[in-house]
Design a protein around this ligand. Sequence first.
Ligand SMILES: Cc1ncc(COP(=O)(O)O)c(C=O)c1O
Length: 385
Amino acid sequence: MKYRTDDIMPPPIVKLAEAAKRFIKSPGFLNLGQGLPGHIPPDDALTILKDRMSHPATHVYTPDEGLLELREELALYLRQKSGIDANPQDEIVITAGANNAFAGAILTIVEPKQNVIMPSPYYFNSVMAVKLASAEVREVPVGSSFQPRVEDIEAAIDNNTRAIFIISPNNPTGAVYEKGTIDGIVDLCIQHDIMLISDETYSRMVFDDATHYSPRSRRDAENHVVTIGSFSKDFGMSGWRVGFTVGPTEFIREFLKVQDTVTICAPTAGQILALGVLKTGLDAVENELRRLSLLRELAYLRMREIDAFEENYTKGTFYLFPRVKGCTDSKKLVMDILQSTGTLVLPGSIFGDAGEGHVRISIGPLTPEAVDEAFDRLSKFFKED
Ligand SMILES: Cc1ncc(COP(=O)(O)O)c(C=O)c1O
């Protein structure tokens, strides 16, 4: 039978996990592939959820747009942390994770054969979502320090462009986009009357002197920006499937048609937990960010000892995305590393052609000892290679 999805690549992580199955089960396996933080939601938030477990309302749908109390709390949080001014009544929808928010935004905005511009390397699920909508991705390779170049993005815009999609802080590169770059992209969107979809899944994970800049904080941009966020990474809630989208009222009205069709609403228990996290758990998240900051320092320090890696230091997330000298087939390299060291990193090529020659090393859930052990193994591998 012919399926609409025939031409869409299978999720690369699932394919890789299949190929790596027998290693993943072996003792001593180290996983630096998963995009997960090391923490779970704080205890006070879990207690709030436990107390609500026997309440009938926890077990039924919420409104399509999510619990009003959560949207109100989220609006306060976004104002405080990202300078976003959004009305919880009609400018915010709680979604089943950021992936749900992005796919919904694409189905709301982009018609078949239209295109979405994406700096690459990209987050592969975004490409899959655009293809599911029978639309096209126009990849624009990033420049130095993994920053997109506004002039390259401008050159990619044509009459069929409906949106530009950016992720900052970025998966897979960890780059925190500069304010000037984001403003330049916002200007293009206003000028061409297209939408900027801004994925801010890792908004709290910025380190050193970097700051997160949310384009929706620009008042003149509110009609041209859709913000996407998640409770998966900053708050350690990936299994609960809670994210959100913020956009102009008109967009939200249309988005809800997709939302009601596809998921109705985000999981109710997850929404209650998210509310608990916003109300009681922000300090715990700060502690976690301090832990991650130290872990990043250690990982970069250890990476510098390995000649094969060309470092490109970035200030966000828990991903390192070094180029490997002489590597032209990162999938083969990753399988070789796995086979000889029992350590999984991800091949850069699954994040698009611009990622070839790189590997993505995720340190989010590791202890400092495990980071040391992983780099000991990588060091040995490249010495013997
Ligand atoms: C940039 C980016 N957006 C979205 C997601 C998906 O997040 P969620 O779990 O909220 O669907 C991820 C997960 O890795 C991601 O890296």
